[in-house]
Design a protein around this ligand. Sequence first.
Ligand SMILES: O=P(O)(O)OC[C@H]1O[C@H](OP(=O)(O)OP(=O)(O)O)[C@H](O)[C@@H]1O
Ligand SMILES: Nc1ncnc2[nH]cnc12
Length: 176
Amino acid sequence: MSDIEKVKSLIRTIPDFPKKGISFKDIFPIFQDPTAVETLISYLVNHVNTTINEKVDVIVGLDARGFLFGPILALRLGAAFVPVRKQGKLPGEIISAEFVKEYGVDIFELQKEAIKPGQNVIIVDDLIATGGTAHAAGNLVEGSGGKILEYIFIIELIDLNGKNLLKAPVHSIIRY
Ligand SMILES: O=P(O)(O)OC[C@H]1O[C@H](OP(=O)(O)OP(=O)(O)O)[C@H](O)[C@@H]1O
Ligand SMILES: Nc1ncnc2[nH]cnc12
């Protein structure tokens, strides 16, 4: 079994959570195993260093599970970390976007000055399902003048075709 397959074996699938018909992928067991976390982060650092030919200025992580991976990746790459948060959590001037995700509707916010025009950005989240969440975050980053180099997800639910909504390249590690 490869190291990534070992990580995949830690992910739990919970039927009918948080709503009937949703097959929920629970990533938190990964965090009970530091070796598994290191596997994922090392994989991502290597991926960025070997496939992205431009300097990465900012890692944008999506509330909340994107915060588990984004800041560690940013630290390892020597990049800034910027959060996109659910409505009402960020002080100061913000821009916002409403979106639909696999099991609901939400509003994302980004602080206006957090990303400077022309900065190179990678958007990181734990999972892409319908792509609504990542698409909204991408609109906020582009609204700030950031250039999206890539979207990175630990998990991709391929049957939902979420990546079709996104204009920049998409990279995922574990697919179902
Ligand atoms: O591709 P989509 O259909 O848009 O769904 C993907 C999003 O759904 C989950 O977040 P959730 O809103 O459950 O928030 P959480 O990270 O706070 O648990 C997941 O972490 C992604 O952000
Ligand atoms: N099936 C799923 N499992 C975990 N998080 C999700 N976010 C959207 N769809 C999800």
